[in-house]
Write a protein that binds this ligand. Structure first.
Ligand code: MN
Length: 260
């Protein structure tokens, strides 16, 4: 079912993330949401859950820690948080909008497959809710400055609220790692793909035993044009619609020819 445009003033907004309820980025997003609406709920993981993707906790119970009237920490994943918030913690009616982030670092290109931030929004989408994932790029020196997201997210969200949202689609928004005044614009674009993949680093522990550590993270050299990767590289805000259905249509035709 598609969603009509949303009046943000009256909207019930669920804020979540994957960096944990104490992360600075969720405080930024909470401030933004509260400036848009009076009915903001925060349900987020108790500890950092970056790169857990769409994991669901099914083999142990979940503990909920109530931190305020509309604020809860859950000792689970971002997906758990959206499910528990919608089914259990938020009474009477479901959220009109799920906002996930603001993540510490971009979620562009193939990141979206690993991202807990995107997965929380995706869970909202699977529940039939409007959902947006928001991420702030680091600066060139690796530090983080939230001011681009802080300044530009309200305008982006107001624009998104005027749109008819199609079913099974979430919106992935990334803010470049520059000062708000240096942002070159808002770019609607497709999900990109990096030239380089994620690496694995070899090292030795203090006892001389070898170990590997995933996280020689790739540079953002992009394949193709007009992608989230190129938008961020050119200091623009990327706005990308992501679809629940991963079916590749052209390959389905090729399969039809082989099997049909
Ligand atoms: Mn994260």
């Amino acid at each position: 079912m598609s969603h009509p445009p949303l009046s943000l003033k009256k909207a019930r907004i669920l804020v979540t993330n994957d960096d944990g309820i104490h992360a600075p980025g969720i405080k930024v997003l909470e401030r933004i949401a509260k400036a848009l609406s009076d009915d903001v709920w925060v349900v987020a993981p108790e500890s950092e859950q970056s790169a857990v993707a769409h994991a669901l906790t099914t083999r142990r119970p979940l503990r909920i820690n109530k931190l305020g009237r509309q604020r809860f920490a859950v000792d689970g994943t971002p997906t758990d948080c959206v499910l528990v918030a919608t089914h259990k913690l938020i009474p009477d009616r479901r959220p009109d909008l799920v906002l996930s982030g603001v993540n510490h670092g971009t979620n562009i290109g193939e990141d979206v497959h690993y991202s807990g931030t995107v997965a929380a929004a995706l869970e909202g989408t699977l529940l039939g809710l409007r959902a947006v994932a928001l991420s702030q790029a680091r600066r060139a020196d690796g530090s983080i400055d939230w001011s681009a997201a802080e300044r530009h997210a309200p305008g982006v969200l107001r624009k998104l609220a005027t749109m008819t949202w199609l079913p099974d689609v979430l919106i992935n928004v990334n803010f470049p790692g520059v000062a708000p005044s240096a942002v070159t614009g808002v770019r609607t674009c497709r999900q990109g793909r990096r030239v380089d993949g994620t690496g694995v680093v070899d090292a030795e522990d203090p006892a001389g035993r070898s170990y590997v550590w995933i996280g020689d993270f790739p540079r953002d050299r992009a394949r193709g044009k007009n992608t989230d990767l190129t938008a961020i590289a050119e200091n623009a805000i990327s706005v990308t619609p992501l679809h629940v259905d991963l079916t590749h249509k052209r390959s389905l035709k090729l399969l039809d020819e082989v099997f049909g």
